[in-house]
Design a protein around this ligand. Structure first.
Ligand code: EPZ
Length: 417
């Protein structure tokens, strides 16, 4: 496993362009299975998770062509509906292909994605929703076999506004007979992007971005081109990197409305933020102020920013309290930050962060994708050198994060194992 070597103490300054969204690109890549033909996608981030999705699409019989800044996916020859177990376990979010395969074939075989570093990650809401659509779901020995004579539109009320379950219901009901209505649907911007792409392909989806989404079944989709939205979590991560170094940065990013909770908390912590069309300017204070955070489903403060924001609060003035309401095991990174001199105590869903004057560099490990990002940010402001190990986690979800930070004035190098 490779590591990042970070020299702390450099203020970040300058402009950085935000890449395409991982969490929009993955369901949109799955959606290409529903069009028996070619779909051209732009702004797909070049990260390990999208590479893995390309591999799975090719394993199913699809063709993936990378041409300059676009990806052309030809699914006309896809003739399999079983997601290979080893690929499923490498990337649990490939469960999103189940909905697409069911939509096209009324059949999908996949294994339990299994838990990961932030929680047990159950898929009960996905499976119960499939059953409501008339799909038989048989589970044996870790395998899940889904098939249906026909998929009939239904009213589905989600116990929890699950992003993945909402996406899987949309994908499975594109060709359903009749209308599917999801209530208590997730409202994340990535779902709006998925719906926009599918509607451009000829689907009939309304209400994406609200908690009631309607899908009227259609007969066929068509070849189309679509540009994936920018990544709101990468935007938040780079703003926090600027904030923890007392920096002055500008994001080339056009969806400030997607990250208002993050902008509000950065302002509360003492940052000066100016939003213009396609640009966000941020001037950080010398010392941040402590703030309290509660993660919530969109449009609340995103759980994916929890560990990243925690890292900048380690040296803030005062004590911050974080409540993680979405995942049950998303504090593993705190032990690593404490190795650097942070004072974080956790109890169940709550973390208390007592601001310290300075962190000191250490060797710390990435516990997961966003935990790894928080280690990098801590290294940016720590005294001396920090080694962040297991950076393969980070490479799954961030496109050239080290390069972007170095262009802003950081000093990060990669040490290959
Ligand atoms: C998506 O995961 C994102 N991943 C996650 O980002 C993100 O943290 C999460 O949404 C919440 O915003 C992708 O989009 C690829 P959920 P997902 O279903 O769909 C429980 C990152 O760092 N739940 O909304 O798996 C679940 O256990 C990743 O980029 C059930 O109980 O999230 C969790 O507690 C991490 N049963 C909560 O809902 C189910 O059937 C939220 O999960 C499904 C979920």
């Amino acid at each position: 496993m490779s590591s990042y070597i970070i020299e702390g103490g450099h203020k970040l300054e300058g402009t950085v362009k935000i890449s395409g969204s991982k969490n929009a690109a993955l369901p949109i890549l799955a959606a290409t299975v529903l069009n028996v033909g070619k779909t051209t996608l732009y702004n797909v981030p070049n990260i390990q998770d999208t590479q893995m999705m390309f591999k799975i699409l090719e394993t199913l019989g699809g063709k993936v062509e990378k041409k300059n800044n676009k990806i052309i996916i030809d699914t006309s020859k896809i003739n399999k509906f079983e997601i290979p177990e080893e690929l499923m376990h490498k990337m649990r979010s490939s469960v999103i292909l189940a909905g697409a395969l069911l939509g096209r074939y009324k059949k999908a075989i996949f294994s339990y994605p299994g838990g990961c570093d932030i929680g047990s990650r159950p898929i009960d809401l996905h499976l119960r929703s499939f059953e409501k659509l008339g799909i038989n779901v048989v589970q044996n020995y870790g395998n899940i076999i889904c098939d249906a004579e026909k998929i009939k539109g239904e009213k589905i009320d989600l116990d929890f506004p699950s992003v993945g379950a909402t996406e899987n219901i949309i994908l499975a009901s594109i060709y359903a007979e009749g209308v599917t209505q999801i209530t208590n649907a997730a409202m994340e911007p990535e779902i709006v992007d998925l719906a926009k792409c599918l509607n451009k392909m000829g689907a009939k989806i309304t209400g994406a971005g609200t908690n009631v989404i309607k899908i009227i079944g259609v007969q066929k989709l068509k070849d189309t081109g679509y540009k994936v939205m920018q990544d709101r979590i990468e935007a938040g991560t780079l703003l926090c990197a600027g904030a923890i170094t007392g920096g002055n940065i500008c994001l080339n990013y056009k969806n400030a409305n997607h990250i208002t909770p993050i902008l509000n908390k950065l302002e509360e912590a003492g940052c000066n933020i100016k939003v213009e069309k396609n640009r966000i300017y941020m001037q950080a204070p010398k010392k941040l102020k402590a703030v309290d955070i509660k993660t919530m489903p969109y449009p609340g403060f995103p759980t994916d920013m929890q560990s990243i924001f925690a890292s900048i609060l380690t040296t803030a003035k005062g004590t911050s309290v974080i409540v993680e309401n979405i995942f049950e095991n998303r504090y593993r990174y705190t032990a690593e930050l404490n190795k650097m001199g942070a004072k974080i105590t956790t109890e169940g869903k709550t973390a208390v962060i007592k601001g310290v004057r300075k962190l000191s560099g250490a060797t710390v490990k990435s516990t997961d994708l966003r935990g790894g990002a928080s280690m990098i940010l801590a290294g940016l402001c720590a005294k001396g050198m920090t080694t962040v190990t297991n950076i393969e986690y980070i490479l799954r979800g961030y496109e050239n994060l080290d390069k972007k930070l170095n262009e802003l004035g950081a000093k990060i190098s990669i040490q290959k194992e």
